[in-house]
Design a protein around this ligand. Structure first.
Ligand code: ADP
Ligand code: GLC
Length: 500
């Protein structure tokens, strides 16, 4: 199949969170399975063109794209050699020529995010025509790419696009829906009726890109079966879109993300001081020592080092963790925290580190290498998320022999099996520690259970072994995407026959 991926992030080029990992890994896996994939990304101002080998595409001329009343000049670039099954196109434009994907360096959201999304999506839809490439599926990721599906449906229906160009939406996070002033619909080049009830984009009198994508897609999914159920089941998870999602019935699926084990493998991770694998964890002990040294932690043997790598936002349950830090640090626990996001949470975490200098280390920022060293060098990995569409960090932690402590929600519930509490029962199952209530006490309870298991070496080794043996690779998930693509194409072809 020929698949056009539209996403705001793609690892390893540009990454804020898991969306980048997924868009990258899924594209590569589809390529390995014989599909042709073209990815379209904005050429953000902070991307290092030389290091990433980003070059203009000679055969595609500069062109102008209309957004509302204005014209925007764009130039096409390619990353890497441009050979192989996955080609990554980047759109250069004034609107993207600054540092940041969604926010500036101070974490302030861009006010022109709708215009950026509109330009990215308009450009993406031009590509199949420019390349004379008959596209089977336009696969949009999250709200920023959702306009590609609305435009395809409403604007491009009348224009010839080579191939059926079926629309597929993957929802990575319903907390970000891109909600705007309805007057801005003009920027998308779409009729204003679409932003007025009962228009596709209308949402409580506002314009909602995610909603438009959900309704315009031939098929859609989110990134775990549990989050799919949660988001149709209650406003808490559906964020107001629960009924819209429910209206898609069986066309809305939960497909679990995979972990890209080529990149996330302690046996050959170039970021680690020592490599290790199941059955030989000596290297992990060296990684632990090195991490403690790097972060200035005094990590007593026999007391767990707890790692956290993630966006410091409400979603991640940082508020459950913060009140426990002083007490657990007093008990000899160590914490290695890497994250950036909400300035108030960063400040609170930095303050906890300040109060517990040898026990709590906080690095505010984005650091790919340190992330790998934390997955490897920690004993436990913390993910007390309030909601978690899938979560990749827990998959990496499992592979690195670092049992995760997670809340039972979304993809965490689908990937971590709670370990039984009784000493000696560790061989019976379990890969981590799961708690249910979104309260600090519940997280503390799970950490105390982990502490007891950690004190029993045989129990602990069993936990690590089972975690490292978990297979959340991409092949199964990619097969589920292939099936969804085939259904979407059949749907689009049917529509084209009825409404050519
Ligand atoms: P989310 O997509 O909600 O951020 P995931 O668990 O799906 O959560 O994916 C997070 C990804 O981003 C992981 O690859 C994680 O290692 C990475 N990550 C998050 N914050 C940082 C950071 N500050 N530095 C390096 N990597 C980070
Ligand atoms: C989102 C979610 C996360 C998921 C990731 C990739 O950012 O918060 O749970 O793993 O997307 O799908």
């Amino acid at each position: 199949m020929r698949i056009l991926m539209v996403a705001a992030e793609l690892a390893p080029l540009v990454k804020v969170g898991g969306l980048a990992d997924v868009a990258g890994a899924l594209s590569r896996e589809l390529g390995r399975r014989g599909h042709q994939v073209r990815v379209v990304l904005p050429l953000y101002g902070h991307l290092d063109r030389q290091r990433l080998d980003i070059r203009p595409v000679a055969k595609l001329p500069p062109m102008a794209v209309r957004l509302g009343a204005g014209m925007h000049d764009i130039r096409w670039h390619l990353a890497g050699s441009g050979r192989g099954a996955v080609k990554i196109y980047l759109v250069e434009a004034e609107l993207f020529a600054r540092a940041g994907v969604y926010t500036d360096l101070l974490g302030r959201g861009f006010v022109d995010s709708l215009a950026r999304a509109a330009l990215h999506c308009q450009a993406a839809l031009l590509l199949p025509r420019l390349l004379e490439w008959p596209v089977d599926v336009v696969h949009a990721h999250d709200a920023q790419a959702a306009p590609a599906l609305v435009l395809r449906r409403e604007l491009w229906a009348a224009r010839p696009l080579p191939g059926p160009a079926a629309g597929v939406l993957t929802i990575h996070n319903l907390a970000h829906q891109e909600i705007h002033d309805p007057a801005q619909v003009a920027l998308l080049g779409l009729p204003s009726t679409l932003a007025v009830y009962p228009g596709l984009l209308e949402f409580h009198g506002r314009l909602n890109l995610m909603k438009g994508g959900i309704l315009a897609a031939d098929r859609l999914n989110t990134v775990s079966p549990t989050y799919a159920r949660e988001t149709t089941g209650s406003p808490e998870f559906g964020r107001g879109l629960e009924q819209v999602l429910g209206s898609r019935g069986a066309h809305y699926l939960g497909i679990l993300n995979g972990g890209e084990y080529e990149t996330w493998d302690p046996r050959r991770d170039p970021h680690l001081i020592a490599r290790y694998g199941a059955g030989d964890l000596a290297g992990k002990a060296r990684c632990r020592e090195a991490l403690a040294r790097e972060l200035g932690l005094d990590a007593p043997a026999g007391r767990p080092v707890c790692g956290f790598v993630g966006r410091l936002v409400d979603q991640k349950g940082i508020d459950l963790l913060l009140p426990l830090l002083d007490r657990l640090a007093g008990d000899g626990f160590c914490f290695a925290v890497l994250g950036t996001g909400d300035p108030a949470l960063e400040k609170a975490m930095a303050a906890a580190a300040g109060r517990n200098p040898r026990r709590v280390a906080f690095v505010g920022g984005f650091d790919e290498g340190l992330a790998h060293r934390i997955y490897a060098g920690s004993d436990l990995f913390l993910m007390p998320s309030l909601f978690e569409p899938c979560g990749l960090s827990q998959l990496y932690a499992l592979r690195y022999g670092t049992p995760p402590v997670v809340r039972r929600t979304g993809g965490l519930a689908d990937t971590v099996v709670d370990a039984p509490d009784e000493p000696g029962a560790g061989t019976d199952g379990g890969t981590g520690f799961v708690f249910a209530e979104p309260r600090s006490e519940a997280l503390l309870g799970a950490l105390r259970r982990a502490e007891r298991a950690f004190a029993a070496p045989a129990v602990w080794a069993g936990l690590q072994d089972r975690g490292m043996a978990c297979e959340f690779g991409w092949s199964r998930s990619a097969a589920a995407y292939e099936k969804m693509y085939a259904e979407a194409v059949a749907e689009a072809q049917g529509r084209l026959r009825h409404d050519p």
